[in-house]
Write a protein that binds this ligand. Structure first.
Ligand code: ZN
Ligand code: ZN
Length: 260
């Protein structure tokens, strides 16, 4: 049991100021700012290190009007994770903010759901609206990794290592997956964009970028079952995460926190 206990780090790398109404289908009555934070996550345990998502770089931040607070590579270095040595990268989904920095992990295998690659390369991308959160360079970089033998495809629920499981949620993107991790405080779910903010899952609201609203809502139920409590659910873009959890080390406040 204890040998399958993992550490989890949330590494914040970017920020976007926006109004609350931009975060929900149906808007929001409050005329206030409700910014998004951008994260990658590091899972460390007896079976190695797993990095979840790869973020975006400065060029993409400029193109999309986002602010990089600390580059992803810098955050990983601050907790002693050398991207050159990372063997396993989990890609929650192929939106631009989760799968950039294509060359940061030269030795890694990339874990991706079948349905996400099919979605990002198939007929849905004929529609400009569906393409908005995707970048051609990200998708072709992932196709390049497929041809280099560096992608491991998963379908639904898979065990990556004892205590680390992948779960396809869909909804926000067709092959979106979350990760359930066994820790010293129980099972934590890294939801990524299965819930952008705490408010989405706690209030049953839906982020405007979505492939399937019903699947998004069903996903909330799945995540609640997978997590040991609501406090074990980690949203993908909530700035509150760095306030609710302790800094991973002195000096890393508001940047890197421990989730386990
Ligand atoms: Zn997304
Ligand atoms: Zn996202």
């Amino acid at each position: 049991m204890t040998q399958d206990v993992h550490e989890i780090y949330a590494v914040r790398y970017a920020h976007h100021d926006r109004k609350a109404h931009e975060n929900y289908i149906g808007g929001d009555p409050h005329d206030v700012l409700q910014p998004l934070a951008y994260f990658v996550w590091v899972i460390r345990g007896p079976h190695g290190t797993f990095v979840m998502d790869t973020g975006f770089d400065a060029a993409m931040a400029a193109k999309r009007g986002r602010l990089i607070t600390r580059p992803v590579g810098e955050g990983l270095a601050a907790i002693g994770t050398d991207p050159e040595r990372v063997q396993d990268v989990i890609i929650s989904h192929l939106h631009y903010d989760h799968c950039g920095n294509h060359d940061l992990f030269p030795r890694a295998r990339y874990h991706l759901q079948d349905q996400e690659m099919a979605y990002a390369t198939g007929r849905c991308m004929c529609h400009p609206h569906q393409r908005i959160p995707f970048e051609l360079d990200d998708v072709t970089a992932m196709v390049g990794k497929v041809f280099a033998g560096r992608v491991v495809f998963h379908d639904g629920v898979e065990t990556l290592a004892p205590g680390v499981t992948l779960h396809r949620i869909g909804g926000h993107s067709k092959g979106l997956q979350c990760v359930r991790v066994q820790t010293r405080r129980g099972h934590v779910v890294l939801a990524a964009d299965a819930t952008h903010l705490y408010a989405h899952i706690t209030e049953g609201r839906v982020f405007p970028v979505t492939y399937n609203v019903a699947e998004t809502l069903e996903g909330y139920s799945t995540i609640k079952k997978l997590a040991d409590s609501p406090d074990h659910i980690i949203p993908g873009h909530d700035p509150d995460v760095v306030r609710r959890y302790p800094a991973a080390a002195p000096g890393l406040e508001d940047w890197i926190v421990r989730l386990d």
